[in-house]
Design a protein around this ligand. Structure first.
Ligand SMILES: [Zn+2]
Length: 178
């Protein structure tokens, strides 16, 4: 294969991977929408396992902190619990985690503990992002996943911005009526 052909084949593989990442991010966005509809900050997550060249979704979850009154009820945390139960063990080797918002330090720690191989996130989190926005979990001597950020970034970020603007309006209305 010539250099040019190899370069073309690599570009085609990268394009196919991006299309696949966007497809799974859309599934994570569906979870984020479910959170939005329940009045929870809209963050959604899915976990995909690669086996024998095929990729299948083994877990999905969204943020349920308000409903569950549980500080750890982040989308990634609950998706990881579901995936461990589905695979019958705590090691999620060969799995990719898709999440609409850059993981926080708690979730990034859990992602390393569960040996998740790859993380794909949508919007950056300037307040709590643990993959370079606020701190960089990849600098620590833990198990380090490959991280890809910015997949469907605008859609993921817009949903959060819309949610928080609705919340601000509600807060103002509340203040007005009390
Ligand atoms: Zn988190």
């Amino acid at each position: 294969m010539s250099y040019k052909d190899r370069k073309k084949a690599a570009a085609e593989r990268a394009a196919a991977r991006l299309a696949e990442d966007e497809g799974f991010m859309r599934e994570a966005l569906k979870e984020a929408q479910a959170a939005f509809d329940e009045g929870e900050a809209p963050v959604g997550c899915v976990i995909v396992r690669e086996k024998d060249g095929r990729r299948e979704m083994i877990a999905s979850a969204h943020n349920t902190r308000e409903r569950d009154k549980r500080a750890s009820a982040h989308a990634e945390h609950d998706a990881i619990d579901t995936a461990c139960r589905a695979l019958g063990g705590w090691r999620l080797t060969g799995c990719t985690l898709y999440v609409t918002l850059e993981p926080c330090p708690m979730c990034a720690g859990l992602i390393s503990s569960a040996r998740i191989e790859r993380v794909v996130y949508g919007a950056k989190d300037p307040k709590a992002g643990a993959y370079r926005s606020v701190m960089n979990m990849l600098e620590y001597p833990l198990f380090r996943p490959k991280v890809t950020g910015g997949v469907l970034e605008d859609e993921c970020g817009d949903m959060l911005r819309r949610f928080f603007s609705v919340m601000r309006i509600k807060d103002k209305e509340k203040a007005h009526h009390t």
